[in-house]
Write a protein that binds this ligand. Structure first.
Ligand SMILES: Nc1ncnc2c1ncn2[C@@H]1O[C@H](COP(=O)(O)OP(=O)(O)OP(=O)(O)O)[C@@H](O)[C@H]1O
Ligand SMILES: [Mg+2]
Length: 498
């Protein structure tokens, strides 16, 4: 009978007859056999070409079989080799010596040794095969563990393993990158304690998410906010018992901001069309209303003469108020048009600091009684714009900043105008105030036309809508950052003139 897997076998025997018989038994089973008469030769032969199975006599000239075994086992790479020791000794301590030297098995010399050898080799073939399989499984396990580690360490999403009590067992490097906590700071702590200090968001932010995905705003260690989409999965052991949970966080802060900005831009575009239409429709009737009121006024003055009766004066006053009202309507219509058109008359490279200075002169009276003005100007290149339009943007922002501050407490408040080159190479102009800031629900609507928190008749709510229109037309961006109670910062980002 031949073996399923032919092996390379090393036979170490100085007795010719015995080695020839052994060789025959082995070759009959299909194995490839090398015979050596001394242990030294055998070590060399194995060095040249490794063997899976060794059949070794204890009694050998010079180095004996037991020492040979020790030498072979000294090499870690030889750990899987199966060694069968042939011996005439059979006392317990002899056998202990053989096994301690590293032999896998022994065969006592006897008259029917040959028959025993054949059976014993069949058993050893299985041992060799099993060791091979185990080694393969171990290698495969090591490879897949290494693969897992590579994936776990390199995925950009934060991954957290928690036990059944939701205590953190392990976090990947992306978790540290996203939330700022080192692994040692969070292992053993409850996941909820570490990551849900922020709000779980509902509403708009949630709408597009998958059913298994939650969206949350999570506070980092440094206190910043990360908008994350998180997915949680149960982890089960091979018996199907729950062993913990896997939570994956994807940072969607940037994407959500872009989406929000696109939404605003979209809304602005349709509002712009509407505004242009409304402005146009109002303009014509307004022109003749104002014309007629002016005519009425001057006719009344003529009729009344130099000393008008109280009744005439009252009539005249009424016409005057109607004219004032229509004047206000006319201003709104003009602003609506600006909002609708944005800054379409782009002229050329302009000096932002020059425009800021002119605007500050205009806004001086608004600011003077409410805040101290701080200029924090950096080195910035010119931008492409119509100077009037850009001035209008800055004026609206400065007036808003002033209006966010109380009258008469100028020493306690600041309006800071900052210019700089942003990281992405755009010109950045920001106007900050130390007022009460903008609550999140107001911030969502602040750029909408006609959105105002001022009393009826005081603000049009068009200021920021106009700023947005102009800045967008200039291929720029306008952003609000505000923490309630800590003032507001409006930042305008504009492309540099080529
Ligand atoms: N610096 C700021 N601090 C706090 N809230 C602000 C600030 N700037 C704007 N806002 C809020 O945004 C709203 C809209 O501003 P916007 O300039 O569009 O209109 P308005 O100032 O109300 O009206 P108008 O500009 O016609 O006077 C304001 O009513 C106010 O609630
Ligand atoms: Mg305003």
């Amino acid at each position: 009978m031949t073996a399923a897997h032919p092996l390379r076998v090393l036979v170490v025997k100085d007795d010719k007859t015995s080695s020839t018989l052994t060789r025959r038994v082995l070759e009959a089973r299909g194995h490839e056999v090398t015979v050596c008469e001394t242990a030294e030769h055998a070590l060399e032969a194995h060095e040249r070409r490794p063997h899976a199975l060794m059949i070794v006599d204890w009694q050998l000239p010079e180095m004996d079989g037991v020492e040979f075994c020790r030498q072979i086992r000294r090499q870690p790479t030889n750990a899987d080799i199966v060694i069968l020791m042939m011996t005439g000794r059979a006392a317990t301590e002899d056998l202990t010596t053989i096994l301690e030297a590293g032999a896998s098995d022994f065969l006592a010399k006897s008259p029917d040794q040959l028959a025993h050898l054949s059976t014993r080799i069949a058993v050893l073939e299985r041992t060799v095969a099993e060791r091979g399989r185990r080694r393969q499984a171990e290698t495969a396990l090591a490879v897949s563990k290494a693969e897992f580690e590579t994936i776990y360490r390199s995925i950009p999403d934060a991954v957290v393993f928690t036990d059944t009590n939701n205590r953190i067992v392990r976090v990947n490097p992306a978790f540290t990158g996203m939330f700022g906590y080192q692994s040692a700071e969070v292992v053993g702590r409850a996941l909820g304690e570490v990551t849900t200090r922020g709000r779980v968001l509902h509403g708009r932010f949630d709408e597009a998410a998958d059913p298994g995905t939650q969206s949350a705003s999570i506070q980092t260690k440094a206190g910043a906010e990360v908008l994350a989409e998180l997915t949680q999965t149960d982890v089960r052991d091979s018996d199907g018992r729950l062993s913990g949970h896997l939570t994956i966080y994807r940072d969607v802060t940037h994407r959500k901001m872009l989406e929000a900005r696109l939404q605003v831009a979209d809304r602005m575009a349709s509002m712009g069309t509407l505004a242009a239409g409304v402005a146009h429709e109002i303009n014509n009737p307004l022109t003749f209303i104002m014309g007629n009121l002016n005519f009425l006024g001057s006719e009344l003055r003529d009729i009344a003469g130099p000393e008008p009766s109280p009744r005439m004066s009252e009539l005249h006053q009424t016409v005057h108020e109607a004219l004032e009202g229509s004047e206000r309507v006319r201003r709104i219509v003009r602003q609506l048009k600006t909002f609708a058109r944005g800054g379409d008359e782009v002229v050329g490279p302009v000096d932002v600091h020059e425009i800021l200075e002119k605007t500050l002169t205009l806004a001086k009276n608004n600011i003077r009684h409410r805040a101290q003005l701080v200029r924090d100007y950096g080195e910035i290149p010119r931008v492409v714009s119509d100077p009037t339009k850009l001035g209008q943007v800055f004026l609206n922002l400065l007036v808003n900043a002033a209006e966010a501050l109380p009258l008469g407490r100028a020493p306690d408040h600041l309006i800071r105008v900052t210019t700089a080159l942003s990281d992405d190479g755009r010109v950045m102009v920001s106007v900050s105030d130390s007022g009460s800031g903008v609550p999140p629900d107001v911030a969502a609507k602040i750029f909408d036309p006609f959105y105002t928190t001022k009393p009826v008749g005081e603000g049009t709510g068009l200021g920021l809508a106009i700023c947005h229109g102009i800045v967008t037309q200039l291929q720029g961006e306008i952003r609000l950052e505000s923490e309630p109670g800590r003032g507001a910062t409006f930042t305008v980002l504009l492309p540099v003139a080529a």
